[in-house]
Structure formats: structure tokens, C-alpha cells
Design a protein around this ligand. Structure first.
Ligand SMILES: CCCCCCCCCCCCCC(=O)SCCNC(=O)CCNC(=O)[C@H](O)C(C)(C)COP(=O)(O)OP(=O)(O)OC[C@H]1O[C@@H](n2cnc3c(N)ncnc32)[C@H](O)[C@@H]1OP(=O)(O)O
Length: 461
């Protein structure tokens, strides 16, 4: 790694190398060294796909393959080696759900020393994989024929994307995973071709996906940042070290948070708020180059979850959303985060670590002056600082130990002030079968890009 200690901020006493490492793994972020960088010709699979070449300068935006027709897409699954078979997972079936859980639990994160694992839950999968319009045949698995054991998975969910002024029906691809024993056997291209076929059969030709791995060719790259909420616990489990010359109590006071929120009128979002939140969301997101266009049903799903999710106590939820209602009863702001804890293995004191991820937010304050008007920037910054610091308090109060955010949306406006430390991990955003001019990821030369900020509005799980 070129900049191995980028996650250390000894001068601030911010996250140590080990927590940066941990969180990088959690986010699947990856930093490439020069000798890891492949050339386009070496991407044996990706060079055959409708994606921009590495370093290609995009001259016009739009689809790469334009004239594809559903009737030309094979109706039969893509051929697979004879010892394997395709399976469509039925997530309402306990067995299928357990197999997916097990595959991702054991194989999704590269964890060489087995100290932690994603603690995925049924609720998380139901939220992430069953938004309005979801299709079972986009939950694609590969099984060993003989044993019926699930050894690979890829999923897609429907989404309407906007890239600058173009809206498109698309899918978001996620949870690609191949069993560790079957790595480097070219199963990934087969999974991607099969899900492409299944999506194309529905007349959808574009996709959005993210990865820490460098592939041809990112439309944007954001950086991960991490805000310790419970520094002592992170320290206890060995993920956070004490920077030289700093005492434990200095670290504790650095990351101390008030016990209650301070924004007047802040409350949990309810179904009755959906319309107001949608209009605020849409207005706020229109400022970004790439965002997801939500219907009311989609917004309700992504911010409130399904009926089962809504019945849970706060500390059992996978997504939490809060609104600010002013004295006239108008919704002026909202903020949300989702929760994906992980299991700590072989630690005497703790077996779970709570990890929250900043999700969508918006404020109506400072929106009218334009995104880069200095006076408006000041107003938005101030408002977001108090909104997001309330989110930190809320997350801490339901047992979260660390709060992650990317440099996307308007996050760089508040990251430093709210004591998020930059991590080692970077996340690349990719569009399939669509060329777009580069979109700012909120970082230049690894530093926060305070001038351009990020054009990425969409948040991928
Ligand atoms: C219109 C509809 C379109 C729908 C499809 C849109 C595209 C969706 C694309 C998928 C979006 C997924 C979004 C997420 O979920 S990103 C999360 C990915 N998952 C993990 O990191 C979990 C742990 N890792 C694994 O399970 C395996 O290492 C994976 C499965 C990642 C690779 O397994 P393995 O190491 O055994 O490799 P192989 O021998 O089978 O195959 C080698 C080929 O695969 C290319 N490769 C490696 N990693 C990735 C990657 N993350 N995205 C795309 N391609 C990747 C690689 O460059 C090479 O191609 P080429 O270099 O020769 O060209």
C-alpha cells in the first residue's frame, strides 16, 4: 500500500490503523498497489462487456449497446459446468435463507484471521433484496449438483437511476459471492452473464454496482470514513489502539457525544410522512449527478422497511429514519442510517459490534441559493452538522459502536467537524452499458474535495 497509515490520524487521536483496517474489510474497500493494477487487455471478461475501457475519455453520455431486443435474449440459463446447477433462491423459504446467510457469513468478507464477520440477518436480506418490484429470479445462486450446497450468489434489485438529466430503468447488483474454495475459477463471469440475461429478459439494459476492486471503469470513486461512537469498546476488542502520547480519557472525551439529540422537532419518520419526505428527498437529490429516483412505495420501503421491520424495537431495526417537523407541521429535514453489525469471534468481553452506515438525508435549508453559492453552503453545512450529529447520538443510543459514511452526497461538508476519520477503503461506482462523464466522488488525491464535493447521491448497500 502506498499510504499505509492514511487511516491514522495521530494528531487528532482518530481511528488507529487496526480500526481503519477492520472497517476497510467490512466495507470491502480495497486500495491497489501499482503492481496489482491490471491493464485493459488483462481483463479477459470485462473487456468483452459493454463498459468503458480503462482511461477511456467519454465523449458523449448514453448507452453503449443501444439496439438490444428482449426477443434476442436466450430464454435458457447460461451454460454452467456439469457439477453445478443454477438455483433461484426463495428468501421466504427458511432453508434458502439459511444457505444464503451461511454463504455470505463465511465467504463474503476476506477475513484471514477470523476475528469478525458480518452479522447479516433475515431482516437485512428482506430489506435489501425485496424492494418494490423485486423479482425472485434476480436472486441467483449456484449449487453443487451432488450436495445441493450453495456455493455462489449474485443479486439484482430494480431501481430507476438518474445520471445527470437521463432517467433509466436499471438494476442494482449486489452480494456477489463465490465460495472461497471455488475462487479464481472464472465463476464470476458466469454469474454476471446469467444475471445480465435474466435482467435483459425484462427489457432492462443498465445496471449500477459498486466494488472496492478496480474494474473497467469507475464512473466515480468515494472514500470511506469512520466515526467511533463507543471508542472504549473498539479499544477493548482490539480494533482501536491508543495513539502515542494520548491518554484513554482524552480519546473518550474526543469522541464523547451528548445523550440526547438537539434538533427541535426531530422525531421518527412515519408512513404519513412519506409524501413530504419524498419531495424533500427529490429536491435535495436533484443537486447530484447520479441519484436514484424513488416512487412513494420505494421511498417507504427504503426508509421505513416492511411491516415486519416496522414492528421491531429500534435496537433491532436494519434501517432508521428521522424527520424534523417544524412548528407549522412541515417536514424540513430527514436523516437515515442502516445497521449491519458484525460478530466478534473469540473475544472474552464482546461478541457483537454495532456498525451504522449513513444513508439518505436532506434539508430544505440553504437549497434555494444553489449548491455552490457560498452563503447557501454555509447554511447547509451548519444544518447538516446538527442533523448528522443527532444521527450519531441516535445510533449510539441503540448500541452502535461506529458510524460509517462515504464522501458521497454532501458528506464532506461535515465529516471533519463531526470527527469522522478517513479510512483506507475506497468504493468505486460502476454503470453497466452506460457511458457517463466522470462524477466527482468527494475526494481528490485522497483528500476531501471541498470545492466540487460529490456528484454521487445514490447510496448502495
Ligand atoms: C443489465 C443488467 C446487468 C447486470 C450485471 C451488471 C454487472 C455486475 C457486476 C458485478 C457487481 C458485483 C457487486 C458486488 O457485489 S461487489 C462485492 C464482491 N464480493 C466480494 O468481495 C466478496 C468476497 N469475494 C468473492 O466472493 C470473490 O472474490 C468474487 C466473487 C468477488 C470474485 O471471484 P473470484 O476471485 O473467484 O474471480 P473469478 O475467477 O470467479 O472471476 C474473475 C473475473 O471476475 C472479475 N471480478 C472480480 N471481482 C469482481 C467484482 N467485485 N465485481 C465484478 N467482477 C469482478 C475479475 O476482474 C475477473 O474478470 P477479468 O479481470 O478477467 O475481466
Amino acid at each position: 500500500m502506498t499510504d499505509k497509515h492514511i487511516g491514522d490520524l495521530p494528531s487528532h487521536g482518530a481511528p488507529s490503523k487496526s480500526i481503519a483496517d477492520l472497517l476497510q474489510k467490512l466495507s470491502l474497500g480495497e486500495e491497489l498497489t501499482a503492481d496489482q493494477k491490471k491493464e485493459m487487455k488483462d481483463y479477459k471478461f470485462w473487456k468483452t462487456q459493454p463498459v468503458p475501457k480503462l482511461d477511456e475519455s467519454v465523449l458523449t453520455e448514453g448507452p453503449i449497446e443501444k439496439d438490444k431486443k428482449v426477443e434476442d435474449i436466450p430464454s435458457e440459463p447460461y451454460p454452467i459446468l456439469s457439477q453445478f446447477e443454477w438455483v433461484t433462491l426463495d428468501l421466504s423459504d427458511e432453508d434458502d435463507m439459511d444457505q444464503l446467510y451461511k454463504l455470505l457469513y463465511e465467504h463474503y468478507v476476506e477475513d484471514h484471521d477470523s476475528t469478525f464477520r458480518f452479522a447479516y440477518s433475515r431482516d437485512f436480506f428482506n430489506w435489501a433484496l425485496k424492494p418494490p418490484g423485486w423479482r425472485e429470479d434476480w436472486h441467483v445462486g449456484v449449487r453443487v449438483k451432488g450436495t445441493k450446497r450453495l456455493v455462489a450468489f449474485i443479486s439484482g434489485v430494480p431501481a430507476t437511476l438518474r445520471v445527470r438529466d437521463q432517467e433509466m430503468k436499471a438494476v442494482e447488483i449486489n452480494f456477489l459471492c463465490v465460495h472461497k474454495k471455488l475462487r479464481n475459477k472464472r465463476l464470476t463471469p458466469v454469474l454476471i452473464k446469467e444475471i445480465t440475461r435474466r435482467v435483459n429478459r425484462c427489457g432492462i439494459w443498465q445496471a449500477l454496482y459498486t466494488s472496492g476492486t478496480l474494474l473497467p471503469s469507475p464512473v466515480s470513486t468515494c472514500r470511506y470514513t469512520h466515526r467511533p461512537l463507543n471508542w472504549e469498546k473498539l479499544y477493548d476488542v482490539g480494533f482501536s489502539a491508543l495513539p502515542e502520547g494520548v491518554t484513554k480519557s482524552q480519546m473518550l472525551s474526543r469522541y464523547a457525544l451528548p445523550s440526547s439529540t438537539k434538533t427541535k422537532g426531530l422525531r421518527k419518520m412515519e408512513e404519513k410522512d412519506v409524501e413530504d419526505v419524498l419531495s424533500l428527498y427529490s429536491k435535495f437529490q436533484s443537486r447530484f449527478d447520479m441519484s436514484q429516483v424513488f416512487s412513494k412505495e420505494e421511498l417507504s420501503h427504503w426508509l421505513l422497511g416492511d411491516a415486519n421491520e416496522r414492528s421491531h424495537a429500534d435496537d433491532k431495526r436494519v434501517v432508521l429514519t428521522y424527520v424534523v417537523e417544524n412548528d407549522e407541521g412541515r417536514i424540513t429535514d430527514f436523516v437515515s442510517f442502516y445497521v449491519l453489525p458484525f460478530t466478534v469471534i473469540d473475544n472474552a468481553r464482546h461478541d457483537k459490534l454495532g456498525v451504522a452506515y449513513l444513508y439518505y438525508y436532506a434539508t430544505e435549508e440553504g437549497l434555494d441559493g444553489g449548491r455552490f453559492d457560498p452563503a447557501s453552503v454555509k447554511v447547509v453545512t451548519k444544518r447538516l452538522e446538527s442533523l448528522i450529529s443527532d444521527a450519531l447520538v441516535l445510533a449510539k443510543n441503540i448500541g452502535m459502536d461506529v458510524f460509517n459514511a462515504l464522501t458521497s452526497q454532501d458528506n464532506v461538508l461535515f465529516l471533519d467537524d463531526l470527527k469522522f476519520g478517513p479510512g483506507d477503503g475506497f468504493l468505486n461506482y460502476y454503470l453497466f452499458n452506460y457511458k457517463a462523464y466522470p462524477i466527482s466522488g468527494g475526494v481528490v488525491n485522497k483528500e476531501y474535495d471541498m470545492d466540487k464535493r460529490s456528484g454521487v447521491g445514490v447510496v448502495m448497500l
